[in-house]
Write a protein that binds this ligand. Structure first.
Ligand SMILES: C[S@@+](CC[C@H](N)C(=O)[O-])C[C@H]1O[C@@H](n2cnc3c(N)ncnc32)[C@H](O)[C@@H]1O
Length: 270
């Protein structure tokens, strides 16, 4: 089994995605989506951004490597009666079956960054975008003080070293890496813009309960806990994560959780 696929089919990412819906909608609302726009959402999960884009009238294809998330996306589109949004399984490093120059907008919000072989990902995203179209990526930023980079930093200290040649997904949050990857795909740096943006995780429970959701349902955190358990350090990891979530919680009521996280928004004009 492809380890990239296994990681995301592990657990149930929909449980985390549920806490990101509002920010997903806000991001999509900023993309000037018009009726009939052809949109590819790559690494779409269960449709946090794909569904709002379809609600704005776009013709949306969601592609994700995880079967369970593709199924969840199609279920959600059906429940919303959105005939203009469908989800299918696929790998961002090789978009088999998708023709060159097809989409007006290729968006990938914390999606394609998680695929291995980043140069292949940049090439494929560029290939399927029509000239004059856009690629918009949301990428977490390494060593950023906000939630996601800090979860990763803490988890890494409990996890075995990555295999040789592993390229961290977080390198998509470094501007010079993004420029280099798209340059190899034939897009000059002048066509790429970067901004810092914020996603807020909203959870209807206390921060410690939110950590428990990550521990039970989020593949990367599940793996970190499995590694920590083998060393008898699972409680230590839980405590560190709980302290982080409590520290970053901005909800006025400590029985609920609202945590903003900074990301790099990349816009590429193809
Ligand atoms: C952090 S989740 C984000 C999902 C979604 N974009 C959202 O905002 O809720 C990362 C997603 O990327 C998908 N993914 C990881 N590697 C992939 C690959 N090689 N090709 C396509 N999707 C991939 C995962 O299955 C998962 O749904």
């Amino acid at each position: 089994m492809n380890p990239n696929k296994a990681l995301w089919e592990k657990g149930d990412f929909t449980r985390i995605a549920e806490t990101m819906r509002k920010s997903g909608e806000a991001l999509v609302n900023s993309l000037d989506i018009t009726t009939g726009l052809k949109v590819l959402d790559l690494g779409c999960g269960d449709g946090t951004t794909a569904l709002p884009a379809a609600q704005l009238g776009a013709d949306v294809l969601g592609v994700d490597i995880a079967r369970n998330l593709v199924d969840a996306g199609n279920r959600r589109a059906g429940e919303l009666g959105l005939g203009n949004c469908r989800f299918q399984e696929g790998d961002a490093t090789r978009l088999d079956g998708l023709n060159d120059r097809t989409f007006d907008l290729v968006m990938s919000i914390f999606g394609a960054m998680f695929a291995p072989k980043p140069f292949d990902v940049a090439r494929e995203m560029t290939r399927v975008t029509r000239p004059g179209g856009r690629i918009v990526m949301g990428n977490w930023i390494p060593n950023d003080p906000t939630l996601v980079a800090q979860i990763l930093k803490i988890s890494t200290a409990y996890s075995p070293p990555p295999p040789e040649g592993f390229v961290s997904p977080m390198t998509w949050g470094i501007e010079k890496n993004v420029i280099e990857r798209f340059a190899v795909a034939g897009v000059p740096a002048a066509r790429i813009t970067f901004t810092r943006d914020t996603y807020t995780f909203n959870f209807p429970g206390a921060p410690a309960e939110f950590v428990a959701v990550f521990r039970s349902y989020y593949g990367p955190t599940m793996n970190a806990f499995e590694a920590a358990e083998k060393q008898g350090r699972a409680d230590e990891l839980r405590r560190e994560l709980e302290e982080l979530f409590v520290r970053q919680n901005t909800a006025p009521d400590t029985r609920t959780t609202s945590i903003p996280a900074t990301f790099l928004r990349v816009t590429v004009s193809v």
